[in-house]
Design a protein around this ligand. Structure first.
Ligand SMILES: [Ca+2]
Ligand SMILES: [Ca+2]
Ligand SMILES: [Ca+2]
Ligand SMILES: [Ca+2]
Length: 163
């Protein structure tokens, strides 16, 4: 299977990826033919057959620069879906990402980079444990999306920022 020809299909109710080989590539609103730039693409293993023991289902989190970032249809998101598969906010930077994982943790200014500018906003977002709501864009710092920005979040963010 040649994943350079993978097509990401937009728009299932649960906002999961479907991976298909398309010859020619699919057309239509919301479909993207680009490489989704997963952390690790699925691979059928040395036997090149899916459904066997050597299959690798990959790591379907998006890497920086993926065209699937902020490309989902936020209006199609069921109201009960508030987190992604990692338990982070399902919508960061105002638009849901395609796929099962939302990217952008720590990216306060939504420029697809986590840097000192983002870090400098962390203190203003810090609420302490169980402190209730926080300001706009602070959800990028609420790692487990429990409506606070506290030391638990800080520990994860510190790693993200390369501390
Ligand atoms: Ca296999
Ligand atoms: Ca997003
Ligand atoms: Ca940023
Ligand atoms: Ca939190």
């Amino acid at each position: 299977m040649d994943f350079s020809k993978t097509t990401v299909i937009h728009g299932t109710v649960r906002l999961k990826f479907q991976l298909k080989l398309a010859h020619p590539p699919l057309t239509g609103a919301g479909n993207i033919g680009d490489d989704p730039m997963f952390v690790r693409s699925p691979d059928p293993g040395p036997d090149e057959v899916w459904g066997t023991e050597d299959d690798d289902y990959g790591d379907l989190r998006l890497t920086g620069g993926s065209s699937s970032t902020d490309s989902g249809n936020t209006d199609s998101l069921p109201v009960q879906v508030t987190t992604d598969l990692d338990g982070h906010a399902r919508v960061l930077c105002d638009v849901v990402d395609m796929g099962a994982y939302e990217s952008g943790l720590g990216d306060y200014d939504c420029d697809s980079d986590t840097d000192l500018i983002d870090w400098s906003n962390l203190q203003a977002c810090f609420t302490g444990a169980d402190a209730g709501s926080y300001g706009d864009d602070c959800e990028a710092f609420d790692v487990e999306f429990d409506n606070d920005v506290d030391l638990d979040d800080f520990a994860v963010l510190h790693a993200i920022f390369g501390g």
